[in-house]
Write a protein that binds this ligand. Structure first.
Ligand code: RAM
Length: 951
């Protein structure tokens, strides 16, 4: 055989073998989800499906898919699928695929599976079957009444009014063998339901917080195996929760209402639906035949904690045969006609981790301090032995005073105290609070007779169960700790709603904090369903005027809490970030009228001028809104920031209008954005492109946040935002970047930025050729910086850079001083988007860029020489890793099936670069598409790519 034909032979053999390999394997769909959840219950009538593909082969894409949906697992075949056979649908889509089969009814159980065709047109294997189940689609299907027990007259103290929590129970008789049982349940307040002494599900603080006048959510539990023929017991505990308990700083600011914002008495509504083996059905619902009593849970409140007297415990009250003769009949409470009852759309709040105690320290006053070594949100589980009536008081704090005392001043009016009174069980007893949570690292225990051991307490980390999708690791210990701090702070605050902080008397979803951090959040955890839930709260909270509120849900915590520029725009920015991360257009479509109403509001407010001149928001409190909250030095005019945000929102609306195919609004917002840019340039910049304002217009600044410091348009925050939000034209960005770098230098290379300025700071520096400066700020350990918090012992992100310092201790103490506040954690966006360089081009990362910024040399141990980051996207795992060592730069990129990556390899020309040990320039696996200042650009399909570039 001639050499040439030998080559051809070998080549065809490889191809054939390769193809055979593909035949054998093909694309494998897994992680089947419906409405972002695995096997959920939903009431979305045409739910969206998704899967993730895996393949051993590089450069793979899906060219078509087929979905089958059926009412049973047995009939889930092409021939028998009775709900939907999508047929072969051409295209790459693997997510946001709308169910398009037969109309679904309440209680329908749907089995589904999918298969994909690969780039060679070869069909892969069918996936495993997954399910979803339809909830109750109409309120009229609810037979259960709202029941409760009014105990509100009890528990009135000097400071707090904490009535006991009601207990409810009912025995039912199951006459014959059952096939299926579902418990549909909700509460105004929070509930825990037990079936024959077993807790239904593992969620906590159900059914969560909503604007209860507009809607309440319910849970569905599959209790088929918890029930038996004959008598069965249903036992529920209720607490005040967000509905009837204390909320926010109402008490602190002496608001006329401090608790019971939605109602005084918590109530329960449930129905147990049974399908017997013989096909008949029966429903047991909450009604006046349920029995009700107060019991061992003497106090129960989210902010203030619980008091439990175990001596008053009803033994086995959750089981059949308990004598409830002395209990009252449950009271019936009226419904509100306009209140919707819907399936909980978010991830459940639950215990996501347990933490062991690191040390126990006795205090001179006889108390003990337990250290859990990590600031978090949650509760504890307590294990004790003692005499009946022994009382154990637990207080929680994030920090200790230098003398070892628990620091609780920063909790303000949140009592955050749990008390357990022992029943005196010789075998010992365990207890954990149910309807409260605290933000803490330390627990102080009072009332112990003997020195305790560490295992007396276990920390139970509580939060919305958002799956971890991100990782970030470097060879710099500070950066690693910072990333850990960010994730822990997110976990502590993504608890039902995105709260500002989990510890003090606040814990509300401040929209400003939420909007600056939303994108960062998507890099750490899958927050798609979390935001699906919260955006509804936000829309429910929209004012008549069209303004989005300061926080959502929005009870009336303080008469002048309304809206603020920089905060209210969360209504546009959060859905946009969800769209970018998960390609979710339904959230946009469903929220569109709210978003347009908000844009109308801004337009009206600007009086058609498309800019907010000085003093445009004197009617709100504080004047101008919160502005660049917690910034230093002269203030950035809040009106200028309001104008920037207006422009940014118009841009996002333009893009989102395009995404939902609304050409008319796309045109409208394109024009609006152009008009705003023009008006901003005219009013707020001088001939050199420098930002300015009419500082005199603010007079002495009275009524503005830190107004006495004076105002200027030439601040770090202004340029950082002008670059980040594309307020300045691309051609003028370098100039703006230079102003920003110069301002930093003038300020001793320190940031002066607050909540609104810190987030865009590093991305703006990076975008304008100042990556080294960005790295210096990122790695700095001097005040104010992220590293400064780490150097001062943080395990979470703090509200202020110097919330605690080794030199000065707690400067702010009882004032705003949270040690778990994610706003400054928004640097996470730069860590993933710039340091690791993972940037989406198309929503859902269908196409993305990997353009790592390599840390400057010469920083010794304070620098970064190695970085590894990854993100589990809707398409699968994206990874970006780099390391540098004596002139050699290594880079590893993982590109999931069905995506395209534009990889920027840090090298001055392709000749210097090797890909998987071969010369890049001749590689067939990828395509060199160009170069750009210090980078060779490579286009790649799926696979793992290792680049080596020599200097
Ligand atoms: C603080 C909150 C929050 C901030 C508002 C303006 O009390 O903690 O972080 O958005 O005020």
């Amino acid at each position: 055989m001639k050499l040439r034909s030998l080559f051809t032979f070998l080549w065809s053999a490889t191809l054939i073998l390769g193809t055979l390999n593909v035949f054998a394997k093909g694309l494998n769909p897994s992680y089947l989800r419906c409405e972002y959840k695995v096997d959920p219950v939903t009431d979305v009538s045409n739910p969206r499906l998704s899967w993730v593909l895996a393949s051993d082969e590089n450069n793979q894409v899906q060219t078509a898919y087929q979905i089958l949906v059926s009412t049973s697992k047995e009939s889930l075949t092409e021939r028998d699928a009775d709900l939907w056979n999508s047929g072969k649908v051409n295209g790459r889509d693997t997510y946001q695929i709308v169910y398009n089969g037969k109309p679904l009814k309440s209680r329908d159980l749907c089995y589904w599976k999918v298969r994909s065709w690969d780039k060679n047109g070869v069909a892969g294997p069918w996936s495993e079957a997954a399910t979803w189940e339809m909830g109750l689609l109409s309120k009229t299907e609810w037979k259960g009444k709202w029941i409760g027990l009014d105990l509100d007259h009890l528990g009135k103290g000097k400071v707090y009014h904490l009535p006991p929590a009601p207990y409810l129970r009912k025995e039912i008789f199951i006459k014959k063998g059952l096939k299926k049982a579902r418990l549909y349940i909700t509460a105004l307040g929070v509930y825990e339901m037990n079936v024959n002494g077993q807790k239904a599900g593992d969620a906590r603080l159900t059914p969560g917080w909503t604007d209860y006048d507009k809607r309440v959510y319910y849970q569905t539990y599959n209790v088929t195996t918890s029930l038996k023929e004959g008598p069965n017991a249903l036992a529920a505990q209720l607490s005040y929760g967000w509905y009837a308990g204390y909320l926010g700083y109402g008490l602190l600011v002496q608001n006329p209402v401090v608790r019971g914002f939605y109602g005084r008495v918590p109530t329960l509504k449930a129905q147990l639906e049974i399908q017997y083996a013989d096909g008949t059905t029966e429903t047991f619902s909450t009604d006046e035949t349920w029995k009700a009593s107060q019991g061992a849970l003497l106090e129960s409140d989210l902010l203030n904690g619980e008091t439990y007297d175990a001596r008053l415990e009803f033994k086995d009250w959750g089981k059949t045969g308990f004598n409830d003769k002395s209990w009252k009949n449950a009271e019936i409470f009226p419904d509100k006609g306009e209140r919707k009852v819907q399936v909980y759309p978010g991830p459940p709040v639950k215990v996501t981790q347990e933490l062991a105690v690191k040390s126990v320290t006795p205090r001179p006053d006889g108390t003990y301090i337990f250290d859990l070594a990590q600031n978090f949100a949650g509760v504890i589980s307590l294990k004790v032995k003692g005499r009946a009536g022994d009382t154990i008081r637990l207080r929680y704090g994030e920090k200790l005073h230098p003398d070892g005392r628990l620091m609780t001043e920063n909790l303000r009016m949140a009592r955050a105290t749990d008390t357990y009174i022992l029943r005196g069980d010789a075998a010992g007893e365990t207890w954990e609070p149910k309807f409260t949570f605290h933000g803490f690292q330390y627990v102080e225990i009072k009332g112990l007779k003997e020195a305790p051991s560490k295992d007396m307490l276990t920390g139970l980390v509580v939060g919305s169960d958002t799956p971890k999708v991100g990782s970030f690791e470097t060879d710099n210990a500070m950066a690693n700790q910072l990333y850990s701090n960010i994730d822990w702070t997110q976990r502590a605050n993504y608890l039902e709603i995105p709260t500002d902080c989990p510890q003090r008397d606040e814990r509300i979803a401040w929209t400003g904090d939420a909007q600056v951090y939303a994108k960062s959040a998507t890099f750490n955890r899958d927050v798609a369903s979390f935001f699906t839930k919260w955006i509804v709260d936000l829309n429910d909270g929209q004012y008549e005027s069209g303004a989005y509120p300061l926080y959502a849900p929005r009870p009336n915590l303080r008469w002048h809490d309304t809206f603020s520029p920089g905060w209210m725009e969360a209504g546009i920015i959060c859905p946009y970030q969800v769209y970018r991360a998960y390609a979710d257009t339904r959230m946009i479509a469903e929220g569109w009228t709210y978003m347009v109403r908000f844009m109308d509001f801004l337009e009206k407010r600007s009086k058609g001028t498309h800019v907010f001149v000085e003093n445009s928001f004197t009617d709100i409190s504080p004047k101008g809104g919160f502005g660049d909250w917690l910034s230093f030095g002269k203030k950035t005019p809040p009106d200028l920031l309001a104008s920037f945000y207006y422009c940014y929102c118009a841009d996002l609306m333009t893009e989102m209008a395009g995404a939902i195919g609304n050409g008319k609004d796309k045109k409208r917002f394109t024009e609006t954005a152009a008009a705003i840019r023009k008006a901003i340039t005219e009013h707020y910049t001088d001939a050199d492109g420098k930002f300015k304002c009419n500082a005199k217009a603010y007079g002495d600044g009275e009524g503005y946040v830190d107004g006495a410091l004076g105002f200027t348009g030439h601040t770090q925050t202004v340029y950082a935002n002008a670059i980040y939000m594309n307020i300045v034209k691309p051609a003028d960005k370098t100039k703006a970047g230079n102003f920003l770098a110069a301002l930093l230098k003038e300020n001793g290379n320190k940031m002066s930025t607050g909540f609104l300025g810190a987030k865009p700071m590093l991305p703006a520096l990076s975008a304008t050729g100042h990556s080294d400066e960005a790295y210096h700020l990122f790695l700095s350990k001097e005040f104010p910086s992220w590293g400064f918090e780490v150097a001062n012992g943080s395990t979470t992100i703090w509200e202020r850079w110097d919330s605690f310092t080794k030199e000065d201790g707690f400067k702010y103490n009882a004032a705003m001083n949270s040690f778990s506040h994610y706003a400054f954690g928004a640097v996470c966006e730069w860590m993933f988007g710039n340091a690791a360089g993972i940037k989406s081009v198309k929503p859902g990362f269908a196409e993305f860029i990997i353009r790592p910024e390599i840390a400057p040399d010469g920083m010794g141990n304070d620098g970064v020489n190695e970085l590894k980051a990854s993100l589990q996207s809707m398409n699968g795992l994206i990874a970006s890793e780099w390391s540098k060592k004596s002139g050699t730069l290594r880079m590893k990129v993982m590109v999931p099936v069905n995506t395209i990556a534009n990889i920027y390899v840090p090298a001055s020309n392709a000749g210097q670069v090797k890909l998987n040990n071969k010369t890049l320039a001749t590689s067939k696996d990828v395509q060199v598409t160009g170069s750009e200042a210090g980078y060779v650009i490579v286009k790649a399909g799926s696979g793992t790519f290792e680049f080596v570039a020599e200097k």
